[in-house]
Design a protein around this ligand. Structure first.
Ligand SMILES: Nc1ncnc2c1ncn2[C@@H]1O[C@H](COP(=O)(O)OP(=O)(O)O)[C@@H](O)[C@H]1O
Ligand SMILES: N[C@@H](CCC(=O)OP(=O)(O)O)C(=O)O
Length: 372
């Protein structure tokens, strides 16, 4: 059995609080240095890697002298803000030892629920990857309260996998993988080596957090795999201290639990675009643009647009129709309807002069479009 990481070119790696902070004893420099070395090696192989790291609250508790996890939400937020400094510092140092640049990205649920912010987060992350930077993501705990939190970084990791269409999500934790029941409680628990992501039987096997440091336990990991699979990403759950775990997985070795996505990445994206999004407006495109889209696989540029019907904002889904009104494609627009009315029929080099800013030379980028 080969690892699902073998052919993955874009990978999200999530590390849990107990690993990062050595069960709350303090940032584990050695473990972090090892993951940084492995991620640098993956980058050298041409793979895009995004790290989702927990541990801010656990590290902040230590720095602020809390013996046990505070119950007051604002104290927790203070811990997160304080601990995040430690995370940023140690990742920056560990990656720079390999000549790899890092960037801190703190996200909230609202950022990914809002179409425009979703698109901005996506563009920023993909730009960072193009610039050879490893983005290090955590939830922006300072500005969110319990009701609107992701609550656990397993979910955040899956949402980031959806956001930038990763091929795989690797969840590193303090157990060798998903077991048939919690191995801390059941000595006969068996390691599940492979299963389909989304199989409900897995949810019954997975229990809550085993330590006072971790939050989600195995259940949030199993649910994260289900979510990641929606955009075609496979999930691996493995022990974070397994020597060379990431590079061995990328080399094809099967380690831990592999939860397979049923549909491929492109099929999943196409399905999502076709089924789940309401289109809020349309643009009528000329014959030349229609040909570029349908026959040459190109993006839609403002110059090919003849008219705009309806009102829409940046990041919403629009339909591209030909002059006879036939729908040709659907996709996420980089510009709002009011802006498109001003830049249509113009070359992309004129966008900045007309609008005073540029979101991109394309009106709808090819990666954000499906042909109908
Ligand atoms: N079926 C299961 N298989 C493995 N671990 C399980 C299972 N059910 C519950 N757990 C518990 O989940 C814990 C990992 O989750 P958590 O503590 O949230 O870690 P992390 O900080 O890595 O997210 C394990 O230590 C284990 O005790
Ligand atoms: N944003 C929080 C994440 C908490 C969390 O999800 O922890 P875990 O279950 O260990 O991944 C922090 O950095 O402490």
């Amino acid at each position: 059995m080969n690892s699902v990481l073998q052919n993955a070119s874009r990978i999200i790696v999530k590390v849990g609080s107990s690993l990062v902070t050595d069960e709350g004893r303090g940032l584990d420099h050695t473990a972090i240095a090892r993951w940084a070395a492995q991620i640098a090696a993956l980058r050298a192989l041409g793979k895009d890697v995004v790290l989702v790291s927990s541990g801010a609250i656990a590290e902040g508790m230590l720095r602020l002298g809390f013996g046990k996890r505070p119950t007051d939400i604002h104290e927790l937020q203070a811990c997160a803000a304080c601990g995040q400094m430690g995370l940023a510092q140690i990742y920056e140092t560990s990656f720079s030892a390999h000549g790899v640049k890092t960037a801190q990205v703190l996200l909230t649920h609202a950022d990914l629920a809002d179409r425009e912010r979703y698109l901005n987060a996506r563009s920023t992350l993909t730009t960072l990857l193009r610039l050879n930077v490893v983005p290090i993501i955590n939830e922006n705990d300072t500005v969110v309260t319990d009701e609107i939190k992701f609550g656990d970084n397993d979910t955040l990791g899956a949402l980031v996998a959806n956001l930038i269409e990763a091929d795989a999500l690797v969840i590193l934790t303090d157990q060798p993988g998903l077991y048939s029941s919690d191995p801390r409680k059941d000595p006969n628990a068996q390691l599940i080596e492979q299963a389909q992501a989304g199989d409900v039987a897995l949810e019954a096997m997975a229990g809550g957090a085993g330590s006072s440091i971790g939050r989600g336990g195995m259940l949030t990991k199993v649910l994260a795999a289900k979510r990641a699979a929606r955009s075609g990403a496979h999930t691996v759950i493995a022990w974070g201290r397994e020597p060379d775990v990431l590079t061995r997985l990328a080399g094809g070795e099967s380690i831990g639990t592999q939860l397979l996505a049923a549909t491929g990445r492109l099929t999943a994206r196409r399905q999502w675009m076709v089924d789940h999004l309401h289109t809020t407006g349309e643009v009528v495109i000329d014959a030349g643009a229609a040909l570029k889209l349908t026959k040459e696989g190109k993006s839609l540029l403002p110059i090919g647009v003849l008219a705009v019907n309806g009102e829409f904002g940046r990041g919403q889904v629009i339909t591209c129709v030909d002059e006879a009104g036939k729908p040709l494609a659907r996709g996420l627009t980089n510009y709002a309807s009011s802006e498109v009315r001003r830049i249509m029929r113009h070359s992309s080099t004129e966008i900045e002069r007309i609008l005073g800013f540029v979101e991109g030379p394309e009106l709808v980028h090819r990666d954000n479009m499906v042909l109908l």
